[in-house]
Design a protein around this ligand. Structure first.
Ligand code: MN
Length: 468
C-alpha cells in the first residue's frame, strides 16, 4: 500500500479523539481554524483536525498532523520511545524513488491562466498576517549545476492568483540552487508539494548533505520508494500520491516584500525582501485535501525536532559513549533547548558532550545534561535535577557571541547569541541516593487492579499532558 496522507488519515481514524478530530461546521479560513487549534492546545489537546467545510472553498483543510511525538511515532510505526532511534536508522538506509508515469495527483490538471491559487483554501493564521500563507508546502527542485534534487519546506505568501512571495532561509540548499540559476540569469523551476504522509514530511527535513537526493532519504523514511511522475510545466519530478502540486518558477533578480509571518519561536518575523514564485500550473486529486501547518505552535516545532535530536545524539555519543537520550522540548521551540541524559565515565565528559552538542547544532542555545536516572522527556524531572544537582558558580557555562538563530527574538543582529550549558549531573562519590520504590514491587503492582482502568478514570491524567 502506498503511504500517503490518506493512508495515514485512515490510521488516525482508529486512534480516537485525542489524535483525530473532524470539524463539520463551517469555518472561515481567516483566523477560525487557528482559533480552534489554539483553544484545543490551551486544553492540552493536540489532535490532527480535518476542517470539512471551509467558507468559500470546495476543498477541506487538514492541520496539526505533526503536533505530537506519538503521531510522528505512529507515522514510523514504532512506539514513541523509539522514534529518534528509528529515525536515525531510516536516515542511514535511503531508498531511491520509483518512476510510475501516472498517479492521482494528475486527476485534475490546470495550466497557465487556468491555474488559480485562490481555488485553494490557504489559511490566515494570526493577527499579524496581512495575507494567507502556504505553510505545509515542500519545494522540490533540481540544482541547475549538479542536477541533484532537493526537497525542503518553505513558506509562501499569497499575493495574486499566480504569485507567491517565498522565504528561502539562508544556508538552505534551495538558496544555493536558486543562486546557481540566477547566475545564469535563469528562473529556478520548482514544484510545491502539498498533502503527504508525515514520514515524507520529516524525511524532507533530514539534515542531508547537498549532494544527497532527498527523494532517496524520504524513501528510506517511508521504507518504500517514492512513486514519481513528471510535472506538467517544469522539469521536476513530483510524488504521484500527493494531494496537490503547485508548479512554478522562482524569478531571477526579483525580490518583493514578504511577511509578516508567525515563526516557530511564537513571534512574528517582519517584512523582508524575498523571492517571487510565478505559478505555471496546479495539479491535484479530484477531491483533494489541502494541508496546513499550525505555525508557531507544537507541530511547527516538533517536525524539526526529530532530525535535530538525531543529529545531536550522534555527535554527543561520539564523544560520550554513555549518552542515553537527547530531547529538544517544545517549550524551547524544539530548536533552542536540549536535554541530554548521560551515564558519565569521568567528570570532564559532561563538558565534552556539551561542546559536541553546540558544535552539531547551530541554533542550540541551552544544553542541560542530566544523569540517566532523569527522564529527559519530562521537563518536571529535568528541572528537578537542576534544583537538586546544580550549583550555579560551578555548573553553569556561558559562551557569549556565538552564531545562533536569526529567528530568536532576543538575539543580536544576524543571530549572534549567548549560549548556556547546565551540568545537572550528580557530582562526587557520596552524592545521596534518589528515593525509589523497589523495582520488583513496581513490576508487580498494576494500577488498574487497585483504582480502575485509565478509561474509567476519564483519561484526564493523560489529556493534560503537553507534547514534550
Ligand atoms: Mn538537500
Amino acid at each position: 500500500m502506498k503511504k500517503d496522507l490518506r493512508s495515514y488519515i485512515r490510521l488516525l481514524e482508529t486512534q480516537g479523539p485525542e489524535e483525530w478530530v473532524r470539524v463539520r461546521k463551517k469555518i472561515s479560513p481567516k483566523y477560525e481554524a487557528t482559533a480552534i487549534l489554539y483553544k484545543l492546545e490551551r486544553e492540552g489537546r493536540y489532535p490532527a483536525v480535518l476542517f470539512e467545510n471551509v467558507e468559500g472553498f470546495q476543498i477541506p483543510v487538514i492541520a496539526n498532523v505533526h503536533a505530537t511525538r506519538r503521531r510522528l511515532a505512529l507515522a514510523l510505526d514504532v512506539p514513541e520511545a523509539e522514534l529518534v532511534e528509528e529515525y536515525k536508522k531510516r536516515e542511514s538506509t535511503p531508498i531511491p524513488p520509483q518512476w510510475v508515469g501516472e498517479g492521482p495527483v494528475k486527476e485534475v490538471i490546470r495550466v497557465g491562466e487556468e491555474a488559480d491559487l485562490y481555488s485553494l483554501p490557504l489559511l490566515t493564521h494570526f493577527d499579524i498576517n496581512t495575507a494567507p500563507y502556504v505553510t505545509a508546502g515542500i519545494v522540490v527542485t533540481k540544482d541547475p549545476v549538479s542536477g541533484v534534487r532537493n526537497l525542503s519546506f518553505h513558506r509562501g505568501m499569497l499575493v495574486a492568483k499566480n504569485r507567491l512571495h517565498m522565504h528561502l532561509a539562508p544556508g538552505m540548499h534551495l538558496v544555493r540552487c536558486q543562486r546557481n540559476a540566477e547566475e545564469r540569469n535563469e528562473p529556478l523551476e520548482i514544484a510545491i508539494v502539498l498533502g503527504i504522509h508525515p514520514a515524507f514530511a520529516i524525511g524532507s527535513l533530514a539534515l542531508a548533505p547537498f549532494e544527497v537526493d532527498e527523494y532517496d532519504v524520504i524513501g528510506g523514511m517511508l521504507r518504500e520508494p517514492v512513486p514519481l511522475v513528471k510535472a506538467e510545466t517544469v522539469n521536476v519530478e513530483v510524488p504521484a500520491y500527493a494531494e496537490i502540486v503547485i508548479e512554478g518558477k522562482i524569478l531571477p533578480h526579483v525580490r518583493e516584500d514578504e511577511g509578516p509571518f508567525g515563526e516557530y519561536s511564537g513571534h512574528s518575523v517582519g517584512v523582508g525582501r524575498h523571492h517571487v514564485v510565478e505559478v505555471t500550473a496546479i495539479t491535484q486529486r479530484k477531491e483533494p485535501i489541502y494541508q496546513d501547518i499550525f505555525t508557531g505552535h507544537s507541530e511547527h516545532r516538533l517536525m524539526g525536532a526529530i532530525p535535530r535530536e538525531s543529529g545531536i545524539f550522534k555527535a554527543v555519543r561520539a564523544v560520550a559513549p554513555g549518552t542515553r537520550a537527547v530531547h529538544m522540548p517544545v517549550s524551547g521551540c524544539c530548536r533552542f533547548h536540549c536535554y541530554i541524559a548521560l551515564d558519565k565515565r569521568t567528570e570532564g565528559e559532561v563538558r565534552n558532550a556539551i561542546f559536541s552538542a553546540f558544535a552539531a547544532d547551530l541554533y542550540l542555545k541551552l544544553v542541560v545534561v542530566v544523569d540517566s536516572d532523569v527522564d529527559v522527556y519530562n521537563e518536571r524531572e529535568v528541572l528537578w535535577a537542576v534544583a537538586n544537582r546544580v550549583q550555579a558558580d560551578r555548573d553553569i557555562i556561558v559562551i557569549p557571541n556565538c552564531q545562533g538563530s536569526e529567528i530568536d527574538p532576543s538575539a543580536k543582529k544576524g543571530g549572534i547569541t549567548t549560549k548556556m550549558a547546565v551540568d545537572a549531573t550528580k557530582k562526587g562519590k557520596d552524592f545521596p541516593e534518589r528515593l525509589r520504590v523497589p523495582q520488583e514491587v513496581l513490576d508487580r503492582i498494576k494500577l488498574e487492579d487497585y483504582i480502575g482502568s485509565p478509561s474509567r478514570r476519564g483519561g484526564s491524567l493523560r489529556r493534560g499532558r503537553a507534547p514534550l
